[in-house]
Design a protein around this ligand. Sequence first.
Ligand code: SF4
Ligand code: SF4
Length: 515
Amino acid sequence: MYKINADLCKKCRICEKNCPIGAINVTFDEGGKKAIAVDITDMCVECNVCRRVCPFGAIETGERTEGTVQCGSCSIQCKIPVGSTGGCKRYSNEGGKLVRNRALVVEGLPQTYIDEKIVKPVITAVGAGTAYPCIRPAPHIVCENRDGVDVVTTVTEAPLSYSGVMVKLDTNTYIGEEGDTVYAEGKPVGLVQTEEYGSKMVYVGGANRLTGDGGFATARTVCALANGEEVELTVKTLDKHTEKMKNIKIICQQGKAPIINGVQEKTMRIGCGSATIGLMASVMKECVDECIVIDHHVTGLFTEHLAGKEVGMTYSGVVPNATKSTVGRYFGGHGDGIGGTVLKTPRDAIKSVDMSLAWEGMRILVTNTTGEVGALFKVLANGDVEEIPMDEKATRVINTINENCQGSTCSVLYTGGTGGSARGGVCKCPKAITEAVHDGRAHLTIGGAEPFVYPGGGINFMVDTSKVVAKAFTWVPTPATVAPVEYTMTLEEYEKMGGHMDRIKKASDFPEYQK
Ligand code: SF4
Ligand code: SF4
């Protein structure tokens, strides 16, 4: 357990606020307001949070109590005394035995499963036209009999002011910082979002962009991306070296690898640097003495990493050029270097080598999370390193990483909120169709594709545009983008919600349906 160095402690209580298990005890003066002493109780599991947040370095390591068990379920490796729980509160030490303190749950919550008869729309809304103003019934309300049940689909091509596309770019390459503005045709059309797994995310559109200065460019760009056309986007970002703004050009198209500043991406990373080591530890052990996997999220150090330990490695003494997070895991700066970091060459990844642990001739492989980078170094007697040609074994590591990477691509997810005409045309009471969609009594599709419907109020959805009928999206110069919206339900349900019963047509009346 840790202890407080009372000489250094300023009683700021930052550690108390951050301790995940409440193991820090504060004593107050008689008035009960001023902290006069801070102590760490014997519940402490050495999760290190307090040491990371204490601005005065007032927390030190102390004696470990008897019966303490070290958890290995994440890289924190809490040392949990009897009767205490780990930093995540998931594992407890019960009488010297570590247990998951929640019983295994077999049943999930009850879910709504859509009646398969209403999954597929009778017709899509593509080519249907729009009911506007919202008071008018949908352009087509179509019925067919499915296994003895009459099923109705109402369709409209709905102008949606609340709409845009989330573009997922499978790349490690730096595209600017979160929140940076994205331009198309010289106009602001979106922003860089939080990255997801191995992908950079860009949002184009949204109500404020569509109604702002670049509204027409935004609408055109959203439609082009949703329809699978090639689009050039520009991110304006601050160059950290020159302190001046610079442009990053991204050419993206649904289903194709992104081209960033003229370079076409090839592969998506296997995972972060830590995950790469977790997945490849066995092959690394067979082939090299040490391996650094450079990554803008987490750079991994093989022999220090828990996966390295799992395959029998001991720490090599190599120190990577990044800030340590937990064992074998390091945070680096974001930039236009290798793997989206600030490191320009593989050599830059090695900060130093501790020769009390390392040995002359030790082979260090430096790679990245796609295996596209590979450089081998030999440790010299003075602790310096010298690059040597990649040999067969080191090449095997990078090839194995690379073979396990997927191809890089762009995915375009259209998001929309179905407001007036997209609901008004269905029935006289918009709340009725909204609730029916959320309850699973009516099924929403977008150009025939299954969307994800956001929980909560209204009908907001997100749909994978590669599953939507080709060229299904258009725009109107209000400006708003136009999406094909279909609601399918039983005729009985449609009548109950106050649908436009006098407007129902038979599917067989449509010449297109006959084909
Ligand atoms: S964060 Fe550091 S200085 Fe502040 S109360 Fe805790 S031990 Fe004392
Ligand atoms: S998983 Fe284990 S090591 Fe990680 S925080 Fe929880 S108790 Fe601590």
